[in-house]
Design a protein. Structure first.
Length: 252
């Protein structure tokens, strides 16, 4: 009888272990060599980051829709080049306090909210001059690409792949992209060149989504959830604007 009881007890312990593993990510670690306890902590960080990111994207949708649909705001953005330039500078200014206070709650969330709203107004200004059908197409394409790349990065990390080598390549490409955008202010590109520029931009930010997702899985510390959310938000937003640029030029 005691042997049967002992056998039953070992089965129960196995089952209990399986339940814990399921909570840690279906019994599999995020990448090889990660301990069970560390795996649970990483999943907690990932859930927090994607929760904040979802809130940012919802806020962006609301603000951008209000910008497009509310005529006084649309007229202000269309008629005041100086105001639009100010909006373009504000996110860069907010990046500094966002980095400095990213560990100080709730200041970090307030700064992140202001950062999101300022960029959302720019997104609304971009969408205001484009047909609604094209905006919807860009939104659907962006959602599909982001979900696909995120899923692929999680799968690849589980298989032991590392994407840290993309950092220098993507940074160099981003610098070239920014310099080209400044040149466009003084020497506007033609429609074909603009479409090509948008396509290259989309590829670069696809790379950044993979790189930053891999960074979230392996390297962001547990108190850097604000920085991780901001990085992924910028990647998604820039990918959407790049796709929007390509589709609008195709339509023209």
């Amino acid at each position: 009888m005691s042997a049967e009881m002992f056998g039953y007890s070992s089965v129960s312990n196995k089952d209990a272990g399986k339940e814990v593993d399921l909570e840690a990510g279906n019994g599999e670690t995020l990448y090889p060599g990660l301990s069970l306890g560390e795996n649970q902590l990483r999943w907690g960080l990932i859930r927090k980051v994607y929760g904040i990111l979802a809130a940012q994207l919802i806020l962006t949708t609301i603000v951008a829709a209000a910008t497009v649909l509310y005529t006084p705001i649309t007229d202000l953005l269309r008629g005041s080049f100086g105001f639009v330039m100010l909006l373009s500078i504000v996110p860069f200014i907010l990046l500094w306090p966002l980095h400095v206070y990213h560990q100080k709650h709730p200041v970090n969330l307030i700064i992140l909210g202001l950062f999101t709203v300022s960029l959302s107004l720019l997104v609304g200004a971009s969408c205001a001059n484009i047909e609604g059908k094209i905006v919807l197409e860009a939104l659907i394409l962006t959602s599909a690409v982001v979900c696909s790349l995120t899923g692929y990065t999680f799968w690849a990390s589980k298989k032991g792949k590392d994407f840290s080598f993309l950092g220098p390549i993507l940074f160099t490409a981003l610098i070239i992209l920014i310099l080209t955008s400044f040149i466009q202010v003084f020497f506007p590109l033609g429609s074909t060149s603009t479409a090509v520029y948008g396509g290259i931009s989309a590829l670069i930010f696809c790379g950044y989504i993979v790189y930053d997702t891999d960074h979230l899985i392996k390297r962001f510390s547990y108190d850097q959830y604000i920085l991780a959310s901001a990085a992924l938000y910028l990647d998604i937003l820039n990918l959407f604007l790049s796709i929007l640029r390509v589709l609008s030029q195709r339509n023209n």
